[in-house]
Design a protein. Sequence first.
Length: 228
Amino acid sequence: MAVLVALLDEVRWFPGAARLIDLARAGTPQRTSGPAALVTLVSWRAPGLAAAGQDGAVVAPMSPETAAEAVATLSDGRLTAVVANGAWTAAALDSILSGVPELDAAVVAVVDTADLGAPDTPERALRDYLDGGLPPFWSFPCRARSFVFLAGTVTGPGGTLLAIVDTQRGAGRDAVHLQLLDRVVAALRGLLLVVPAGDAAAARALVARAGFSARPRAGNAGGRRRSR
């Protein structure tokens, strides 16, 4: 694991990533799974918020819009989830991610795992990609619609890797794995920026700069790609 540890040491983590990783590694919340666990985890980032959702009462949301509603509910309105949906490109995703460090944002992605690389891709292959652009050929072993966190980036001469925090037990190394930016773009089925309610306007502006639009209400924040 020496190379992977070194790569994780090089990740530029997004705000709040360390807390989310700790919770995911601890298997928290223990009585929910998949999307329900994810929205509960992200909602715990609200200041002073109690441990909502531990009783397993959260209904697993399976779309960015219903996930946005769940975040708003679980955080008692302290958080807003701004949704971006549409035809993703590397430039659009990079534009959004480049603005995340300026916000206290958690980045939640809805992905089709069939388009991702294997979470146990050999560490040497990831380093070779960063250094020279040679993409690893290992693919995710199964196909599923999944909610994950995009938690940070590592960039080299050959390309960019995204650090993924996964709520699925056994994925990656202690809930974290690294994915090629282009593979994440191919896998994306929607993205949410979860921010304190007071930063919602700034998050919507960031989404708009990437070529998407977002509606003002968290529960109806689904975006479409702007017509050119």
